[in-house]
Design a binder for this molecule. Structure first.
Ligand SMILES: Cc1cc2nc3c(=O)[nH]c(=O)nc-3n(C[C@H](O)[C@H](O)[C@H](O)COP(=O)(O)O)c2cc1C
Length: 436
């Protein structure tokens, strides 16, 4: 059970926040709803009190003996603002404290998640975009907005994420915070995650290129050779880097739209889609120019089909004889990235191995490290049920000397943050680059 403050501001999507409150209560959390005065014009106090089973007020002048204006924030394990109106985002950026939500947000040291919701024009206005960028750089996490039907007949980017998605993000953030607190399963073995540093936006101004997913090599117009990479780990890295203030380019190879939703409306993540290894190869080198960090999480096909058939290969064309596919080796993208590396660029590779034995896994990782010449190598065991497609991962990160600098297991988001902690250490940024 965690103490969650649910801030609600005055947009139509306030009605969807009722469903979010219910999900949080049903998950066993203690929920304190803090609406703005305008939010109460959309959904009234009795609804919030009935759903949250706690008293609800907007004013700093209620329950004064309990010092409620700071106590709610101080006691919170997480503050989520959904919907976050353009006005409330601006107030957060300015640090205004003219109502209970404002004081709570200033008093809290807990993770903060906002779910913006507004018309497309308001969302895309430079004022709103600047406000969101500033909030991100302070470590505020942002979910959505999605593109879709808005109030009235409009549609476009600005629709609040679905309550279930916001709820899922809340649960992930709580799991991350728990891991950091106790040095538990999702925390790096090398030490407790420095959440204070992370919340300062330790990648502000750093350009990060991430590749994710799995390349596919065509056999004929309808078939391909592929792999089971879902892209979840790479997408989680892109999202985590953006949350820490980085400008991110995500090269996504054949990733399901539902997986990409974690970043698709994220203004700090530029999404480029690729299909084959050749497409990834030609795109990644251009994108790597100007990137301070390159993280190659994509599962790249080692081989492609020598001759791709123009027409669908049909059984009738060679009755009784199965066709033979001749494969040729693809270029080694990681090696060429290391060869063309810019000064002080940090390059991170991934090695997916189908071995259970820890020592053997690390040994294979060290051999790959020596072959590729990367700065960090994330090694994980994959198999029928691990690594690929799953929501969790277990990773060892080796530095250039082959030493394990991170050993972590947990959600792919938690693994992403542990990996980025190692990247930040490798970047050796001056204190001034860590934001304020
Ligand atoms: C019907 C209606 C719907 C609105 N929907 C939104 C919205 O989705 N997002 C938004 O930023 N503002 C919206 N507004 C404007 C906000 O209510 C207004 O900016 C208000 O000052 C927000 O105050 P608050 O952020 O303190 O809750 C809407 C206003 C009306 C009348």
């Amino acid at each position: 059970m965690k103490n969650i403050v649910l801030g609600v501001s005055g947009g139509i999507a306030a009605y969807k926040a009722v469903a979010l409150a219910r999900l949080l209560v049903e998950a066993g959390h203690e929920v304190h709803v803090v609406p703005t005065a305008d939010a109460l014009r959309f959904v009234g106090q009795p609804t919030w009190e009935a759903i949250s089973r706690n008293p609800v007020t907007t004013s700093v002048h209620d329950d004064v003996p309990e010092v409620r204006h700071v106590a709610l924030g101080q006691n919170a394990d997480l503050v989520v603002v959904a919907p976050a109106t353009a006005n409330t985002l601006a107030r957060m950026t300015a640090g205004l404290a003219d109502d209970l939500l404002g004081t709570t947000l200033l008093a809290t040291r807990a993770p903060v998640l906002v779910a913006p919701a507004m018309h497309t024009e308001m969302w895309q206005h430079p004022a709103t975009q600047d406000n969101v960028a500033i909030l991100r750089s302070r470590g505020v996490a942002v979910v959505g907005p999605e593109s879709g039907r808005l109030t009235g007949n409009d549609s476009g980017p600005g629709r609040m994420s679905e309550p279930a998605d916001i709820f899922e993000r809340v649960q992930e953030m709580l799991a991350d915070a728990r891991a950091a607190d106790v040095g538990g399963a999702a925390a790096p073995a090398t030490g407790v995650v420095d959440t204070a540093k992370r919340s300062r936006g330790d990648l502000v101004g750093v350009r990060v290129l991430v590749t994710a997913g799995g390349t596919r090599e065509p056999i004929d117009p309808v078939r391909f050779l592929g792999n089971r990479s879902s892209g979840r780990q790479g997408v989680a890295i892109a999202a985590a880097a953006a949350d820490r203030g980085a400008e991110v380019v995500l090269l996504a190879a054949n990733i399901d739209g539902a997986v990409l939703e974690a970043v698709s409306s994220d203004q700090a993540v530029r999404l480029v889609t690729v299909g084959t290894t050749a497409e990834l190869d030609s795109t990644v080198h251009a994108a790597a120019r100007g990137a301070r960090v390159v993280i190659m999480a994509a599962a790249v096909a080692d081989y492609r089909v020598a001759e791709v058939a123009d027409q669908k290969i049909r059984k009738e064309d060679s009755p009784g004889a199965a066709p033979t596919l001749t494969l040729v080796e693809n270029p080694d993208i990681l090696v060429s990235l290391v060869r063309d590396r810019q000064d002080d660029q940090v390059i991170v590779g991934f090695a997916a191995e189908t071995v259970d034995d820890e020592d053997e896994l690390l040994e294979r990782g060290r051999r790959k490290l020596a072959r590729k010449g990367v700065d960090l190598l994330a090694v994980n065991a994959v198999g029928w049920s691990e690594g690929f497609e799953s929501e969790t991962n277990e990773v060892r990160v080796l530095d250039a000397e082959g030493d394990v600098v991170v050993a972590t297991a947990g959600t792919k988001r938690a693994v992403a943050d542990a990996l980025l902690d190692a990247v930040v250490a490798e970047l050796n940024l001056p204190e001034s680059a860590l934001g304020d």
